[in-house]
Design a protein around this ligand. Structure first.
Ligand code: 26Y
Length: 815
């Protein structure tokens, strides 16, 4: 066995050279940067493998309880740098590479972002895995090995174009194919009932079978030798069945299976918070759930012989409703394959499953037509029917004669399968992702369920991993922290509060702001290289990066930019601190209004950036292809964090936490986790504006408000609205932005006009505050100092204590 405890630079170099030879039949002098990256990654993997093996030996020895985090999305981002950091070799490998003539950042840049997720929900899953490993909790992430991840965004003529993300094109060095753990997943056909030994046996026949093949990715804990597994499933045609079909002359069946295998994991649906209702998506869901549950049970049986003890050893966490078919699939396996009766199986299932809700947006609540669901999953559907029948009986018992309760709570209703209801019925825990969000779930969205079983509901405020978003993404600040408060914050973020004693000291203020400045230079360079735009590092970097969605209100931001520009044009001597407005966002491919908003941002950028008369006081930059790897660079450089969703709509937000940690005050509404951010940092260290969630919800109950009242009474609003349709930003087609104008003036369901003045006023407060250099430095430092709560380590400890009940394990490396 390779010596694991310490790092030997010379043997590392030799190994890299060797890997280049083995992988590419080349000498290192002839290798491309991609080849070097791969060779380095394989060397690092070599170190990881031993820890990975030891970790799993330990799990087996202890017969440890594990959490299976079931998620359609894992937005893990690049692994090389992070893995090296976790192993504790970062400076050594950087040095070794330098001696070989390579730059570490450049080598890291060769890695494609594994973008197996859309946004917040997928990134949260990735942060959770990082924390689980670092805290030493036994865990599997279970997901899909999409052939194409989140599309790459190209901006041409101001419009978004989607380019397939062929992330596996060069091979992915960290994955390990585990063909020996493949399982079969069945779709379609019919169910035959057979009487045997006094009970019914349900047999699915005439189905299409797919081979689910796992690929494992290591999730390396920081400095503790623990390596958990992210298991992503690939689909292959089921060989045996193919032959059988060919024998019988069922060519079409065999071809059908091969096609299904090919299309099943082809691509991640790029919709965030909006259902597409496509059959293929339901197939994806069942595919990875059936495979994951089967493999969890096989693993359980390796060290346990009584299936009744499953809840003591296994917990399935459902990342939103996307994996909810887990409830019925587990029931199927327990009854049809393990031979349990309904009550036993239900008891086990409802003690093994827990559900997290990530959204209250009605368009994101998953519902499947019964026709589709039952055709695709005939046996699973029978089970859902029975779950529903029993659940409805229970409702009737509790609320005799109350049809409304059944209407609002039944799992099957109106010809649809309601996945959230199935998730709640089948889980012992239901949690929201921020205090406000959980309260809204209890009071409004899931009120009836809460009344029926209040003890089931709990809150788990989201968090982020400080290892990726500070230790890796902001090395200068990380170094400064290490020097001034020690390294404890890396695994215990509460220690970052030690920064508080430094916030009033001019020396530390200056150092802190100088680091911010260096990071702004790094971002300016990135923007120059990628957008060709010069930005002024002395201007305020005002950043909004997140998925493009109406409720997130990028439109409010750009309307305000248009307003500022008009003010400046009218009054060229206006005293304003130079500002760079930075946007980054992908729009779902079919989301027209979101795409038009991107065009508007770029159109406004075009006009403003090319107007020499304003002397560069405003710049607008839309960063192409926003993703995890450039997020690390952008967040570190931000002065202002735009978190401006319509109050009540953003379940939590996690970008807000990344900015806070990196010393950017929040300019935002009292929504999602912003509320808790303000609680931690103090209202004086944030810029809060707009309607409260209660106010928004009150308007909604009363049927909305009338945007024309604002149009008529507010000149500034009227001016920017008019600019949307008078060709100021679309001279070649003045009607281009008509749809945005209509959305704002007809209903304005996201209260953009309603919040406009309040937002503009908050922006003026930012402008004023930034001028006081020392006060601003203090505010920025306070944000970093008060970010301790928002580590995903804290979140995971709460999940463990209240829901998962796992035990920490220790992994020692053999000498
Ligand atoms: C049903 C399907 C189309 C769908 C696909 C993706 C529905 C929702 C989603 C993604 C939701 C999502 O990312 N939600 C976000 O989860 C974050 C982590 O909890 C929150 O911080 C964020 O507020 C929420 O919008």
């Amino acid at each position: 066995m390779k010596k694991m405890a310490d790092f030997d630079k010379e043997s590392f170099k030799t190994e890299v050279k060797n890997n280049v030879k083995i992988l590419y039949r080349r000498d290192i002098e002839e290798a491309t940067p991609q080849m070097i990256y791969q060779a380095v990654a394989y060397s690092v993997k070599d170190d990881i493998i031993d820890r990975w093996i030891e970790t799993h030996k330990e799990y087996k020895k202890q017969n440890a309880k594990k959490v299976y985090y079931l998620s359609m999305e894992f937005l893990i981002g690049r692994l090389l740098g992070n893995n090296i950091l976790s192993l504790g070799y970062y400076p050594q490998i950087k040095e070794a590479l330098e001696e070989m003539g390579f730059d570490m950042d450049f080598i890291e840049d060769q890695e494609r972002d594994p973008a197996l997720g859309n946004g917040g929900l997928g990134r949260l899953a990735a942060c959770f895995l990082d924390s689980l490993s670092t805290l030493g909790y036994p865990a599997y992430g279970c997901g899909i090995r999409y052939r194409y991840g989140m599309f790459k965004q190209k901006i041409k003529d101001g419009y978004q174009y989607e380019v397939p993300d062929d992330w596996l094109i060069n091979g992915y060095p960290f994955e390990v194919k585990r063909a020996e753990y493949a399982v079969e997943v069945k779709f379609g056909g019919y169910v035959r009932v057979e009487q045997k030994e006094g009970r019914n046996h349900f047999i699915q026949e005439g189905y299409s079978a797919i081979r689910a093949v796992p690929y494992d990715l290591p999730v390396v804990g920081y400095g503790n030798n623990v390596v958990n597994t992210l298991r992503i499933w690939d689909a292959e045609a089921s060989q045996e069945f193919n032959l059988e079909s060919f024998d019988k002359g069922e060519y079409s069946k065999a071809v059908e299976q091969a096609n299904l295998a090919r299309t099943l994991v082809e691509v991640l649906y790029p919709n965030d918070n909006h259902i597409s209702g496509k059959e293929l998506r339901l197939k994806q869901q069942y595919f990875f759930i059936s495979a994951s549950v089967q493999s969890a049970i096989l693993k359980f049986k390796e060290t346990n012989d009584d299936i009744h003890n499953l809840p003591e050893k296994v917990v399935f966490q459902l990342n939103d409703t996307h994996p909810t078919v887990c409830v019925a699939e587990l029931m199927r396996i327990l009854m049809d394959e393990e031979g349990l009766d309904w009550d036993e199986a239900w008891d086990i299932t409802t003690h093994s499953c827990a559900y997290t809700n990530h959204t209250i947006m009605s368009e994101a609540l998953e519902k499947w037509p019964i026709e589709l669901f039952s055709r695709l999953l005939p046996r699973v559907y029978q089970i859902v029917e029975e779950i529903n029948r029993r659940f409805v009986l229970k409702i009737q018992e509790l609320y005799p004669g109350n049809q409304d309760k059944i209407k609002s709570m039944a799992i099957l209703y109106d010809g649809q399968v309601k996945m959230a209801h199935l998730a709640i019925a089948g889980s012992f825990s239901v949690n929201g992702v921020a205090k406000l969000h959980t309260e809204i779930l209890k009071k409004r969205e899931l009120k009836d369920f809460y009344e029926m079983r209040p003890e089931q509901f709990n809150n788990k405020t989201n968090g982020i991993t400080q290892r990726r978003f500070l230790a890796h993404g902001n090395p200068l600040l990380a170094k400064w922290l290490n020097e001034n408060i020690g390294e404890g914050w890396i695994t215990d973020l509460s220690q970052i509060s030690k920064v508080k004693v430094l916030v009033d000291d001019p020396k530390y203020q200056q150092e802190f702001m100088n680091i911010k400045y260096q990071n702004k230079l790094r971002l300016a360079k990135y923007i120059k290289e990628n957008n060709g735009i010069d930005v002024d590092p002395d201007s305020i970097f005002d950043v909004q990066i997140k998925r493009l969605h109406e409720y997130k209100r990028q439109l409010l931001n750009i309307l305000h930019v248009m307003h500022l520009y008009s003010e400046l044009k009218e009054n060229p001597d206006m005293d304003m601190y130079p500002r760079t407005f930075i946007f980054g966002a992908k729009a779902a491919a079919g989301y027209k209004r979101a795409k038009l908003t991107i065009k508007l941002i770029n159109a406004v950028a075009d006009v403003i950036n090319n107007d020499a008369s304003i002397e560069g006081k405003i710049k607008v930059v839309f960063i192409e292809d926003y993703r995890v790897s450039n997020a690390e660079i952008i967040v570190a450089a931000a002065d202002v964090s735009e978190q401006i969703s319509t109050a009540s709509r953003e379940a939590s937000g996690t970008g807000n936490m990344k900015f806070m940690l990196n010393g950017a005050p929040t300019l935002g509404t009292m929504d999602g986790a912003n509320v808790e951010i303000v609680e931690e940092v103090g209202a004086e260290n944030a810029f809060i504006f707009g309607l409260s969630a209660d106010e928004v919800m009150k308007y909604e109950r009363e049927g909305g408000y009338n945007p024309w009242d604002i149009y008529n009474s507010n000149q500034n609003v009227r001016r920017v609205l008019t600019q949307l349709i008078n060709g100021m930003y679309s001279p070649d087609d003045p009607e281009r932005f008509r749809d945005l104008y209509d959305a704002l003036t007809k209903e304005d369901i996201y209260f953009i006009l309603k919040d406009f003045d309040s937002y503009a006023e908050a922006q003026r407060r930012v402008d004023a505050a930034y001028r006081d250099t020392s006060a601003w430095a203090r505010m920025a430092m306070m944000n970093t100092a008060c970010a301790g709560k928002f580590s995903s380590d804290r979140t995971i400890e709460e999940y463990v204590k209240d829901i998962w009940h796992l035990k920490k394990i220790k992994v020692d490396l053999p000498k």
